[in-house]
Design a protein around this ligand. Structure first.
Ligand code: ACO
Length: 686
């Protein structure tokens, strides 16, 4: 990996295109570098060798007497390549190319050449097509974005330039503190994965926040190690949005559900909106909760109930011990107040009620996190409440997380700003405050995970033999009995089954395996829609019926499809249970991915499926099962309860086939209290 210190901690910066003309982007960049207070050397370079804002100018990099760590290029695209070559000759450490007009307009080859020069000369290349970068601890603002940055501990990485500039201003207004701001643009070289890896080691950064449209190198991204809370806002969820993203950045947006799976697998926190992304990022600087019990302090019943609902919906546990709460909090409120969590200090509550309640909530070991709510009243200035909360939090030594939600007018807005400035996440939206607290619990769960021990196992040699035979026959789709055999060999649980060429053989197999009741299906490479030609019979109860049905089926099929080559019949034990689906698909970005979801008629309508990229281990498979929206159905439905262990076994076993297949559909995988059964499997080879 390239050393990114030259980007963020340079000692000497040259800005190519730094013009004396204030209308030029190059001028704005050098102005920001100077006004940002950068302490190192600043070197403007322009065709006229003009000095800019008091700094000595040069005609070209070759004229600069000493070495340069970071070169910022802001000249028109046709001249960039020559300057890049010059950077290589001058052994520059890093280059940030502001210039547009490369990959995003189809000039892929030019962009590849820039990357090659960078790689051959170990230059860290940021861009092209960016507004620049900023690194607050070094007072470096090498961008043409706003001058002011609210200092903090978040590293904000953005693919989009315009949006990045807009949000840069927004973070100042919202008092969201940034340590770094990086626009990755076309990502010819440095991408999110490099930056996450670099910022993981940076003590000035607590949280990494990424705005992303698409990933360029999925396999590289899969190697990302998440060591700090990392929030991603990945747009392009809708198919139209994905198309817009692809045309905007020239990068593939991939299937959104697979992105979702990748983020979960890596331990990345995916936000849905800008507001959520920034609120979470702010909250993730709070202390980690050391347990589950949460206390809500409020001056209003309604807001308390609404917040309790939000907590329940997202799985935040509200401390429920009325006697204990009464003993602890009664002194903070009038007689008509309620200690039943929400702790309702009542509408007439003055600052003292809040101060005391907060003090107790922060001090009590049993309480692990705190939500403070306030509805603006004429009795109290919201700013006084904000100060009381902040003072109590400060006095407690920040030993547990607290979030605040206040509803009111102009005075409330000022109070919320005050709290945010003092690193207490505060919002006028209850759901945002609750989800900000929830994200701390999610991150704690991610941190507590054991390192994944996922190893991709090879399938037994017999599987390769079957697949080779299929290919030798010029087919890429396995027949039903072949698919069943492959599943079984890999360890995917299947119902009892057999393949028979005659009625005698069918009865012998079914009797010996105890398969009744069973289903019988015709096996022929020439018959795709078996039911349409009478090639499926269900619920055969004994050997006599099996013999009869076999003979009847043969007569029917020979009549309906006289030219079909009949191999025999598949016999499958009838099983019942909850219908699930397990599949494998090959994603162009991330490679093979396993899908799990609710199957049957629901699969198309609800699309209630989740993905993980291969390989993954049993704990990841368990999380997949817990992620589907219909997970409650798995707990019990029409007398069936899912056997999760055998679903996990299926999700692990099926991965063995991932390198060999293009796609697999196990539909349905029926699950009941006794086990799970791959009833039907369709396997398409690469
Ligand atoms: N060596 C030295 N100096 C040079 C060279 C060179 N090879 N080539 C040009 N210059 C000088 C010029 O003489 C000029 O200086 P001057 O004003 O003193 O004469 C200066 O560099 C700038 O060159 P211009 O030709 O005036 O270029 P201009 O500033 O108009 O445009 C730019 C350059 C801004 C890089 C433009 O090509 C571009 O790509 N703009 C888009 C940038 C962008 O939007 N990036 C994505 C950001 S994100 C977002 O979407 C907001």
């Amino acid at each position: 990996m390239k050393n990114l210190d030259c980007i963020f901690k340079p000692k000497r910066i040259a800005i190519i295109g730094a013009s004396p003309d204030p209308k030029k982007i190059g001028h704005q960049i050098i102005k920001n570098v100077i006004e940002g207070g950068f302490a190192g050397e600043i070197i403007p370079i322009n065709s006229g060798a003009a000095d800019v804002l008091g700094h000595k100018g040069y005609k070209s990099l070759s004229d600069v007497p000493e070495g340069v760590d970071l070169v910022v290029i802001a000249i028109p695209a046709p001249f960039v390549m020559a300057v890049m070559e010059e950077c290589a000759r001058r052994r520059v450490g890093a280059v940030a190319i502001i210039t547009s007009g490369f990959g995003e307009v189809g000039k892929i080859e030019e962009e590849k050449r820039l990357k090659k020069i960078a790689d051959d000369n170990n230059i860290a290349l940021l861009g092209p097509n960016i507004f620049g970068l900023a690194y607050v601890p070094n007072k470096l603002n090498a961008s043409f974005g706003p001058k002011d940055i609210h200092p903090g501990k978040i590293a904000f990485i953005t693919q989009s330039g315009a949006l990045g500039i807009g949000l840069m201003g927004w973070t100042v207004m919202k008092k969201i503190g940034l340590a770094a701001l990086v626009n990755v643009g076309n990502k010819a070289d440095i991408d999110e994965q490099d930056l996450i890896t670099y910022f993981n080691k940076d003590k000035n950064i607590d949280v990494i926040l990424i705005y992303m449209e698409g990933i360029k190198d999925g396999l590289k991204f899969l190697k990302t190690k998440i060591e700090k809370p990392t929030v991603i806002l990945k747009v392009g969820r809708s198919s139209r949005g994905a198309k817009a993203a692809a045309s905007h950045t020239g990068s593939l947006s991939g299937s959104d559900k697979i992105y979702d799976g990748v983020f979960k697998q890596l331990g990345i926190l995916r936000a849905n909106t800008f507001m959520e992304a920034f609120s979470w990022s702010r909250a993730l600087s709070l202390p980690q909760p050391k347990g589950e019990d949460t206390v809500i302090i409020t001056n209003g019943g309604g807001i308390g109930v609404a917040t309790t609902d939000e907590c329940e919906a997202c799985g935040i546990k509200i401390l429920d011990d009325p006697a204990w709460l009464e003993a602890k909090f009664r002194s903070t409120m009038p007689d008509f107040g309620s200690t039943k969590n929400p702790i309702d200090v009542t509408g007439g509550a003055g600052v003292e009620g809040y101060r005391q309640a907060c003090k107790i909530a922060f001090a009590e070991e049993r309480i692990k996190s705190v939500i403070v709510l306030y509805c603006e009243t004429a009795v109290t200035d919201p700013m006084d409440i904000a100060r009381a909360v902040e003072e109590a939090f400060e006095a407690s030594g920040h030993n547990k997380p607290v979030v605040v939600s206040m509803v009111g007018g102009e005075r409330t807005r000022t109070a919320l700003e005050y709290l945010n400035e003092h690193h207490i996440p505060a919002s006028s939206l209850i759901d945002m405050s609750v989800s900000s607290l929830k994200i701390l619990y999610t991150w704690a769960e991610i941190k507590a995970r054991a390192a994944s021990r996922a190893v991709l196992e090879k399938p037994p040699a017999e599987v390769n033999k079957i697949l080779d035979a299929v290919k030798a026959q010029g087919r890429d789709i396995l027949m039903e009995h072949e698919a069943r055999q492959v599943m079984e060999l890999c360890g995917v649980p299947t119902p009892k089954w057999g393949f028979a060429r005659s009625a005698d053989e069918a009865v012998k197999i079914a009797d010996s395996k105890g398969m009744y009741p069973l289903a019988m299906k015709i096996a022929s490479p020439d018959i795709v829609h078996k039911s349409d030609v009478g090639g499926v019979v269900l619920n055969i109860r004994d050997g006599k019926e099996l013999r009869e049905k076999f003979e009847g089926m043969m007569v029917r099929i020979k009549k309906a499809c006289p030219d079909a080559h009949l191999l025999g019949v598949n016999l499958i034990q009838m099983v019942s249970g909850i219908e699930c689906i397990v599949g494998i698909t090959t994603d162009p970005q991330f490679g093979p991915a396993v899908m799990f979801g609710l199957g049957g008629v629901f699969v198309e309508a609800l699309k209630d499926v989740v993905f993980r990229v291969v390989p993954f281990d049993a704990s990841e498979a368990k999380r997949m099962i817990g992620e589907i929206k219909a997970k409650k159905i798995l707990e019990g439905f029409r007398g069936f309860k899912a056997d999760k262990d055998s679903i996990i076994k299926t999700l692990i076993a099926v991965q063995k086939l991932a390198p060999l297949v293009k796609e697999i559909d196990i539909n349905p995988l029926l699950t009941n209290q006794d086990g799970s059964y791959a009833v039907d499997a369709r396997i398409v080879l690469k």
